[in-house]
Design a protein around this ligand. Sequence first.
Ligand SMILES: C[S@@+](CC[C@H](N)C(=O)[O-])C[C@H]1O[C@@H](n2cnc3c(N)ncnc32)[C@H](O)[C@@H]1O
Length: 310
Amino acid sequence: MDGVASLEPDIWSQWLDHYRYGFDTDAQDRVLTQVGHYVERVLNGARLKSGMVMLDIGCGDGAMSFRAIAQTGPGLQVVLLDISKFLLQRAEYTARNLGLCPQCRFVQDDAETLSQIADHSVDVVTSRSSLAYVQHKSASFQNCYRVLKPGGRLSIMEPIFYDEALAVAAMKMILQARPPDHPDQFLPLWHRIKATQYPDNESAIRQFALTNFTERDLVRFAQQAGFVDIQMAFHIEVKPEPPTTLEAFLATAPHPLAPSPKEFMAANFSPAERDYICQNLRHMVEQPVRTSIDRVAYLTASKPPADILF
Ligand SMILES: C[S@@+](CC[C@H](N)C(=O)[O-])C[C@H]1O[C@@H](n2cnc3c(N)ncnc32)[C@H](O)[C@@H]1O
């Protein structure tokens, strides 16, 4: 991209740019429309006003920050924080093109510590699908509380992948209970693919950042950090998915920490195993009616005002 220095793309940017769509432009349109709905809801919960400073944790390419500025106007200052240098550089490039640099500050930092953000320095903390990647989320909530001014507001949305992991763990238990000469070849191969996406046993589920919490834990983290006026809405959407191609399906990863099935199979399956699973998956993926399930939690909370704090 012109104007962007030559940093190497990382797992975060590669997922946002390609793997969440499986390199498929129809899927890209659908995903971006859905993300737009999530962003609107997070920003509604943020109650932004001119004169405020907003911290966008795990800002990615900056979409939510720029939308916040578009909604609130030139009086909003935004701190765009991300672990990914590449994405921060991309966001900065976009801000330059939009003439928004005077309203933006770009900070490379870890969402768990927020070490570059001063105490009591922001009015609003937002985050979308980023705190889920933090190992110790309670520390992250404590630091969100620390950097907020008294009376400040937190508004986040996080995907909840716990049920996906339980499903993969159930697959593993079914396989372990089978006799070794069981004729089905599909489930063992499918389990190997799914186990690259989600942990398949209880202790690994507890350790993996994306599955070590549920929507209820988010409420607990907020309470323990000192937030008040906490509201959490757990939103489950079971929706029809248009048919896709097997190629797009295999090139799609459900999150940045998983390889795509295509990459995993290329490195780990024999040609016969690849052929077998592709034949079976094609039937499943290309049928006219499929459903997908999204599970996301929206959480808003406030830091108590100064007269209650001090
Ligand atoms: C799924 S993307 C979401 C990006 C953006 N919030 C959006 O809604 O499009 C996750 C983002 O979190 C960032 N991230 C992951 N771990 C992080 C950490 N420990 N600290 C800060 N950012 C992190 C990634 O670089 C990436 O930009």
